[in-house]
Design a protein around this ligand. Structure first.
Ligand SMILES: Nc1ncnc2c1ncn2[C@@H]1O[C@H](COP(=O)(O)OP(=O)(O)OP(=O)(O)O)[C@@H](O)[C@H]1O
Length: 259
């Protein structure tokens, strides 16, 4: 896969959010979703954002993606606005709902991003992405013939096929059963280590955050502010969940969430 553009904001950060705030609506009906959040994500760094339900995590991710305009503050991606990165198709996104085209095979769903970008599908890269997520040999299936885990693998292949510099994931495994989720966490760790885009994962799962991320940002209740940043100083591939260092990191996240 492609080596990411080495250009940074000048301070080593690929993503740089400065004093981001977002309020929806106005007057007495105004909802403050995010308040004064500053964070950096390095190239090839995996950052997880943890926080209570409704605190503003998705809003923060959408501002980084350029899908939501901050009320105040700025975001830069490799020194430019997120929209510029999006126009170059260098942002891959995965959501809780894989939102696949129901009439198209899993392979065609992955190819579809090329059509959206006005490019001819690169069949080698499509096959590579399908292989990476463990769907080689199954990509002829339609979404209704695939399991929830296979549909989410397809969404991941679709996000990775154009070799993004930035991967944004919002509760990608939130709708899956515990066993499938655990298996896909392990798979994602392997896949991410092979590709290493700058990554932000929004999750409710402390274990998922600690297993996958280099650094975990714990948010407060709404409006979301940063309560604590926890570095996960573990080698990859990550040890089994029973490992003491992993358990310590989980405990630290839980303490931060409990305030
Ligand atoms: N487009 C919108 N218009 C008005 N309010 C919004 C909009 N999007 C989000 N909100 C509000 O902003 C707050 C934060 O929402 P957001 O989806 O960012 O939280 P979250 O932490 O991702 O939630 P969850 O963990 O439940 O997915 C919520 O109170 C939500 O109702």
């Amino acid at each position: 896969m492609r080596t990411p553009d080495r250009r940074t904001a000048g301070d080593g950060a690929a993503i740089h959010a400065q004093a981001l705030s977002k309020a929806y609506g106005s007057g007495r009906g105004q909802v403050a979703a995010v308040q004064d959040v500053s964070l950096k994500v390095g190239e090839a760094e995996f950052l997880a954002i943890l926080g209570p339900s409704g605190c503003g995590k998705t809003t923060l991710l959408r501002m980084v993606a350029g899908l939501e305009r901050p009320t105040t503050g700025t975001v830069t991606c490799w020194g430019g606005p997120p929209a510029a990165l999006a126009r170059q198709h260098r942002i891959g996104m995965v959501f809780q709902d894989p939102a696949l085209l129901p009439w198209a095979s899993l392979r065609r769903n992955v190819e579809f991003v090329y059509r959206v970008a006005g490019r001819r599908p690169d069949s080698d890269r499509v096959e590579q992405a399908l292989e990476l997520v463990g769907l080689a040999g199954l990509a002829h299936l339609r979404p209704h013939q695939a399991s929830g885990g296979m549909r989410q693998r397809t969404a991941l292949a679709r996000a990775l096929v154009m070799e993004p510099s930035l991967l944004l994931m919002d509760e990608p495994f939130g709708a899956l059963d515990a066993i499938t989720r655990r298996r896909l966490n392990g798979e994602l760790e392997r896949i991410w280590s092979a590709v290493r885009p700058a990554t932000i994962l929004v999750t409710h799962s402390v274990e998922e955050a600690v297993l996958l991320a280099d650094r975990v940002v714990v948010m407060s209740g709404r409006p979301a502010t940063i309560v604590r940043e926890i570095t996960v100083p573990l080698p990859r591939p990550r040890p089994a969940p029973a490992d003491d260092a992993l358990r310590d990191a989980v405990r630290e996240c839980l303490e931060a969430l409990d305030g």
